[in-house]
Design a protein around this ligand. Structure first.
Ligand SMILES: Cc1cc2nc3c(=O)[nH]c(=O)nc-3n(C[C@H](O)[C@H](O)[C@H](O)COP(=O)(O)O)c2cc1C
Length: 207
């Protein structure tokens, strides 16, 4: 059985607009992909490891092409556990609101934990090479405002950031489903959630 890892970056549970859109994706995904299991990874319920000096030192050891040993290796156990869980999936779904023009700190923390040299990418003489190959990702995002116009697009650090960081590790087949604006009136919110749910069902069909 294949595995879709669903990474949840909103703490709002039942109240979440993002998850209302994700719900439509998952309903269609489960119908169309009976050979896939969905594993939930709710960042607001996780106690992610801090990037202590030892863990950061370990990153530089790996960047230099050496392996970890001794107390650095021990300090990295938690990090490796999260990387392995991420890599055990065959595809990814991220549910994230926009927070301060980017992603919530829980998702940034998770990214800081798992995006590691040797495991996810490596540097070659010609640049970085992603080591996560052939895996798809769908990102469901919601925003209070609307960042689709020429004037407002420059403040969207969410989509370009997520495309760049997962692109670094080799995940380039990324579909974005965006519900916006969510905080500019209840009628508009309802309409835009409905439109995003439709786009989410299509994304599930193409996955
Ligand atoms: C801490 C915080 C920061 C936010 N920052 C932004 C922002 O920069 N731009 C924006 O359009 N909406 C912002 N919002 C609004 C949310 O993106 C919006 O309400 C979203 O639909 C919430 O999704 P959720 O219900 O799934 O958590 C922010 C909300 C919170 C709680």
């Amino acid at each position: 059985m294949k595995k879709l890892l669903h990474i949840i970056a909103t703490p709002r549970g039942e109240e979440s607009r993002t998850l209302a859109v994700t719900g439509a994706f998952l309903e269609a995904f489960r119908k169309g992909h009976p050979d896939w299991a969905v594993e939930e990874f709710d960042l607001s319920k996780e106690d992610l490891p801090s990037l202590t000096v030892k863990r950061v030192d370990g990153k530089y050891v790996l960047l230099s092409g050496k392996d970890l040993s001794g107390d650095l290796k021990a300090a990295w156990e938690e990090i490796v556990k999260h990387i392995e869980r991420f890599l055990s999936a065959d595809g990814y779904l991220i549910s994230t609101p926009m927070w301060n023009f980017s992603v919530p700190y829980t998702l940034k923390h998770y990214i800081d934990v798992i995006i590691q040299p040797k495991y996810m990418f490596r540097y070659t003489a010609t640049g970085a090479e992603g080591l996560v190959k052939g895996k798809k990702m769908v990102i469901v995002a919601s925003r209070g405002g609307d960042y689709s116009s020429k004037e407002t697009r420059a403040a969207d650090f969410q989509e370009p950031y997520l495309r760049a960081i997962f692109g670094l590790v080799g995940i380039t087949d990324i579909s974005f489903v965006v519900a916006q604006p969510m905080d500019m009136g209840p009628d508009l919110q309802k309409q835009k959630i409905g439109e995003a749910q439709q786009a989410a069902r299509l994304a599930a069909g193409k996955f």
